[in-house]
Ligand binder design. Structure first.
Ligand SMILES: [Zn+2]
Length: 755
């Protein structure tokens, strides 16, 4: 194909090819033609000749790399088909079809990048190498580098790499980044209808994603305007601008939101979530907090956020040894109504279905009953794969199948994966069983969803709410702002996962739950307060632009007014409603402690826990280095909900904080707390170990021996009680402590009886 001298050059320089690669493009074409015709040697000679004449030209090195990779791939395919490939390889043999040309292609690319570090096309090609090797993350990083390096005029190349970024981000369950890349491709190639169509089908109203994952997010106006120089179209420039802005106006929620958005588009999920959390906590408008919070939830579902997400997919894969019993079992399941919605993908040789929990009432005839999805099932590629957002559920299903199939399947392998958005509310959606009238069915579906959201979900500790459940979180001024987004995300997910019914000619969704009821239960009423007060430093650069922007927006950001902090004595006098109305963001650590004590006095336990949690989130405050009281309350709160793991985690955090900032003065208290936590959890072994640590720290302190012995007796562990009582006796005699001796003697006698 002759090269049009006036199109932008295929090397991605952004120049017209006439002024770029035209002089040697003919030779490059010739080499590729010779290669295609099987004249491998001549082809190599042709391109090497070009290289000798232009060895300082990065584009020529790039074409050389492209040529080598193509030749290597052809050799690889040929070798894979050859009889030699079927012989078993020795341990030190290179893989069949291995060719040095792959390495040479890499080297040629390195050379091209050495000559021109901003060579977008070279990054793009290297990204394709990685993608062909199945290295998704590595290739994505290279594609992003390419997108940044290309000249703004290299439209075709930018669009092509953006489509690649879109594909990779989609596979990583990161629709916000995927959409941004596809938007950019559509924008640059406004004449390409297939990109536009893809954009509509993926992210339009009919697309597969919940609203908060597919919508087009917009920047929010910031208190201090963003320099125009940031609008280069390159995400890295926008990122720098907003990072800078959040430094200058750290209390502007809009600046944090915009930064979070740019980071989400770049695919930097953890940093994006952190910026959005900042924005939410500074926000005074619940609707804006809700939008930011729902976006953060979407990002938490992406690859790489597994430790921060409340929405995870749990999967179990069992390789199939003998397909016959597997098919028989599935047939039996289907007959019994346990396997539903089976469909077969002939092309890929896969079968999909839903495994539902068998209910005794399934046997009843003519009534409507419900079943619960126990796991999604996929069979294909020689394996059974089960998945579900609830780990217990998928493990139970796997156990049952394995018990039924015995040796027909291999040992199951478990994994966690990003969760498909359609499954976020899977547990709220029941499956109808049996036939009956539609009104009764819908009522039951609604009942199931209502029970899930209002009786189960409400009490679930959530990572997005710092380990609190939604019910407790609304009691904290800061956490309450996070609840809006968490609920909105669920609402969006449910809307895309609803079952459907036929009404006349139309198919309409069955509305199984109205989230207004959940918001009402939580007492979530939207408050749109005045814009937050943002301190824009007078000496900040761009002051002139700042004034102009103020004219346009019609208001002058007022100087920061410190929220009048109530005096400690005043906090102590507040009633429950007044305490609940305190702005925890404006309170110091010491004031939060006062509020906590006031709440405890009023028996407002949840409020006290909320103050404690808010206090723990504050940065170090030299005025109150001792945070034991805050931690103790938070620990009690966690233990009261039965969350022993969280309580233990808080104890460890508290002890570490104390060691770092309070010279470890509370070490004993934390150890005692931990021992008591294990007593409460009825774990005598662990409790005894903690008491051992305590008496080792304070060998002369009698009360630790007696406490330990008493607690062991309460747990009916006579042997351990006796151990502590006798150690106490020894101490009493050594220190000549009569009281302790008497007490320990009694305890020892009781312990002997208990053994
Ligand atoms: Zn060129």
């Amino acid at each position: 194909m002759p090269l049009d001298p006036y199109v932008s050059c295929p090397c991605g320089s952004g120049k017209k090819s006439k002024w770029c690669c035209a002089p040697y493009f003919e030779t490059v074409e010739k080499a590729f033609q010779q290669e295609d015709q099987g004249q491998h040697e001549s082809a190599l000679q042709t391109i090497k000749g070009l290289l000798t004449a232009h060895d300082k030209n990065p584009s020529v090195w790039f074409y050389y790399a492209q040529f080598l990779y193509k030749a290597a791939a052809a050799e690889f395919d040929a070798a894979a088909r050859s009889p030699a490939a079927r012989r078993p390889a020795g341990p030190n043999d290179p893989p069949p079809g291995y060719t040095q040309k792959f390495e040479q292609a890499e080297e040629a690319l390195s050379k091209a990048l050495e000559l021109n570090p901003q060579f977008g096309m070279a990054y793009f090609l290297r990204g394709q190498f990685r993608e062909n090797e199945g290295e998704l993350i590595g290739s994505l990083l290279l594609y992003r580098k390419a997108a940044e390096a290309y000249d703004a005029e290299a439209h075709d190349q930018i669009a092509a790499v953006c489509v690649k970024i879109y594909e990779n981000e989609s596979m990583l369950n990161r629709p916000v980044a995927a959409r941004a890349a596809l938007e950019r491709a559509a924008h640059i190639q406004s004449g390409a209808p297939e990109i536009k169509a893809q954009l509509d089908s993926e992210f339009g109203p009919e697309g597969p994603f919940p609203l908060s994952a597919r919508k087009k997010y917009q920047f929010r106006p910031t208190a201090k305007p963003v320099p125009e120089s940031a609008a280069t179209g390159k995400l890295s420039d926008a990122r720098k601008a907003f990072e800078n802005l959040t430094q200058i106006t750290p209390d502007d929620p809009a600046a944090w939101f915009d930064l979070g958005l740019v980071l989400a588009w770049i695919g930097e999920q953890p940093k994006a979530v952190a910026a959005l959390v900042e924005s939410i906590e500074l926000e005074t408008d619940d609707y804006r907090a809700e939008e930011a919070g729902a976006l953060a939830e979407v990002l938490r579902c992406g690859f790489g956020m597994e430790n921060d997400s409340d929405h995870m997919g749990h999967a179990v894969v069992m390789p199939i040894r003998d397909p016959q019993p597997v098919m028989r079992l599935l047939g039996a399941y289907e007959q019994a109504g346990k396997l539903r919605g089976v469909h077969v993908d002939q092309e890929r040789g896969m079968m999909f279905g839903l495994l539902v929990e068998e209910l005794p009432s399934l046997l009843a005839v003519g009534t409507v009953n419900l079943a619960r999805v126990a796991a999604r099932v996929m069979i294909g590629q020689g394996v059974i794969r089960l998945s579900h957002p609830n780990r217990d559920s998928v493990m139970r299903a796997a156990d049952e199948i394995r018990t039924a199939l015995q040796l027909a399947v291999e040992q199951p392998a478990e994994s966690t994966n990003p969760l498909n958005f359609r499954d976020v509310v899977l547990e709220a959606l029941a499956q109808p069983a049996g036939a009956g009238d539609e009104a009764a069915l819908e009522a039951k579906l609604r009942g199931h969803a209502t029970n899930y959201f209002e009786n189960l979900w409400l009490h679930k500790p959530l990572k997005a709410l710092s380990g609190n459940n939604a019910l407790d979180a609304v009691g904290s001024k800061v956490l309450r702002k996070h609840v809006f987004g968490v609920v909105k995300f669920l609402e969006d997910c449910l809307a895309t996962a609803l079952p459907h019914k036929r009404v006349g000619e139309e198919v309409v969704p069955i509305q199984v739950y109205d989230f207004a009821a959940l918001r009402h239960k939580l007492g979530l009423e939207y408050v749109s307060a005045a814009p937050p007060v943002v301190n824009v430093p007078a000496d900040a650069p761009d002051e002139k632009k700042q004034e102009k922007a103020e004219d346009i927006r019609g208001f002058t950001p007022p100087a920061r007014q410190e929220a009048p902090a109530p005096k400690n004595r005043e906090i102590g006098a507040l009633n429950t409603a007044e305490l609940a109305a305190l702005d925890v963001a404006a309170l110091s650590v010491g004031e939060l402690e006062q509020a906590l004590l006031a709440a405890v006095k009023l028996d407002a336990r949840e409020l006290a826990v909320a103050f404690a949690q808010a206090g723990l989130l504050k940065p170090f405050d030299a005025a109150t280095p001792d945070r034991y009281r805050l931690y103790a309350t938070a620990i009690t709160g966690a233990a009261a909900t039965g969350d022993t793991a969280r309580a233990a985690e808080l104890i460890d955090q508290g002890a570490k904080y104390d060691a770092d900032h309070n010279s470890g003065q509370r070490e004993t208290e934390y150890k005692l707390r931990k021992a008591q936590l294990y007593v409460k959890a009825k774990d005598a072994e662990k409790a005894a170990a903690e008491f051992e640590g305590l008496v080792a720290m304070h060998p002369d302190e009698g009360k630790f021996y007696t406490t330990a012995a008493e607690e062991m007796l309460r747990m009916k562990n006579g042997a351990k009680a006796l151990h502590f009582a006798e150690a106490g006796l020894e101490t009493a005699r050594r220190t000549n402590n009569r009281d302790l001796e008497g007490h320990c003697s009694e305890l020892a006698a009781a312990a002997r009886k208990a053994t």
